[in-house]
Design a protein around this ligand. Structure first.
Ligand SMILES: [Mg+2]
Length: 364
């Protein structure tokens, strides 16, 4: 029996990359995007790589410290599933959600990358699937900026990769402004294009009931995170009242968060974020819960790894396409015909553009 090589040491770096279209949303405004880059060196010489994007530049050092802590605990281990369980057990005393899971996810994704590289297989194939296209929507723009610019930008976003769907950010103070944004996009792109809308938790429950019902006849594909992400009873109330499906899950920490929402009949679609759901191990668990419930599952950002995982997700739905890590990737994915296909090479396909990392590197 052959054994996979064991974890030896980590090299963890951080960069601050420019965003082509700055984020303007209820969660905040960002012109640059911090990324933590993890390289795990295995005893056999294989290097497993991953990145996470923790939004806040100020949080980078705390998360790197936790990654270093986990790697020190896992030195000499190899199997990602066991490593994940071990890290979760060790860290539950300081909180399962938050920094613990973000750090665990970064290590988990790099360990799976190393395992797939050692097997000589793309991640999707290692997991029993195949490399192939996933239907995608362009999520790179349509932030909450001037309504006058939304129509032109919507057309640009569709043209960037033959997309037939895009996401628009809402949650303005007044219904009339949300309606104006929707109509600006709809007028520009026509009736056939799917428009997903995201409120980024901007509304209180009562306002959300009113707003979502008012928007129910706008032909929107889904209503994403109208209220605070952890208000299970609030989402259950909304789910009873709206006709347009409710989408959420980017703030779920592990499969049990999904289970709790399912038990409360509080969502119609789910879209886990690899950094918060617990990396590839966390995704696999969550995909099982979604499959059992028949809930269609998309991803939240991290398109490079999600494009592998959606190929082995029984209820795979849409891939959210963002190009935010492209500046530091050696071989970024190129969208085609509105679809995203994971790179057909061993591992997840995440390899660094070292010149760019030197340029955008965050110094301690
Ligand atoms: Mg969202």
């Amino acid at each position: 029996m052959t054994s996979i090589s064991r974890l030896k040491r980590a090299n963890v770096r951080a960069v601050l990359v420019p965003l082509r279209r700055p984020i303007i949303a209820a969660i905040g405004n960002f012109k640059q995007w911090p990324l933590i880059l993890v390289d795990l060196e295995m005893e056999g010489g294989t290097v497993g790589s991953s990145y996470i994007a923790p939004y806040r530049e100020q949080a980078v050092l705390a998360i790197i410290a936790e990654i270093d802590d986990i790697v020190a605990q896992l030195a000499g281990r190899s199997a990602p599933f066991e490593a994940f369980q071990s890290a979760q057990n060790a860290l539950n005393v300081v909180g399962v959600s938050g920094v613990s899971t973000l750090a665990t996810a970064a290590v988990d994704m790099a360990l799976w990358d190393a395992l797939a590289k050692e097997a000589g297989l793309p991640l999707a194939c290692l997991l029993g699937g195949s490399i192939g296209p996933i239907r995608a929507y362009n999520s790179n723009g349509l932030w909450r900026h001037s309504v006058d610019t939304l129509g032109v930008e919507a057309k640009e976003l569709l043209a960037e990769g033959g997309f037939t769907a895009a996401k628009l950010r809402l949650g303005n103070e007044h219904l009339r402004d949300d309606l104006a944004a929707i109509r600006a996009v709809r007028d520009a792109v026509g009736a056939e294009v799917d428009i997903m809308v995201d409120f980024n938790q901007a509304l209180g429950l009562g306002d959300a009931i009113r707003r979502c019902c008012d928007l129910d006849n706008e032909g929107l594909y889904w209503l994403e995170e109208p209220i605070l992400y952890n208000n299970v009873a609030g989402y259950a109330e909304l789910a009873k009242r709206v006709k347009t499906p409710l989408q959420m899950g980017e703030n779920f920490y592990g499969e049990r968060d999904l289970m709790n929402f399912l038990n409360a009949k509080a969502l119609h679609y789910v879209m886990p974020d690899l950094m918060r759901i617990g990396g590839i191990s966390g995704w696999i668990r969550t995909a099982g819960v979604a499959a059992a419930a028949g809930i269609q599952m998309s991803n939240h950002v991290y398109p490079e790894v999600s494009a592998h995982l959606l190929r082995v997700t029984p209820t795979a739905h849409w891939l959210e396409w963002v190009d935010w890590a492209n500046p530091i990737l050696a071989d970024p994915i190129v969208p085609s015909k509105g679809q995203i296909t994971a790179l057909n090479k061993p591992g997840t396909g995440i390899e660094w553009n070292e010149k760019a990392i030197a340029k955008y590197g965050l110094k301690d």
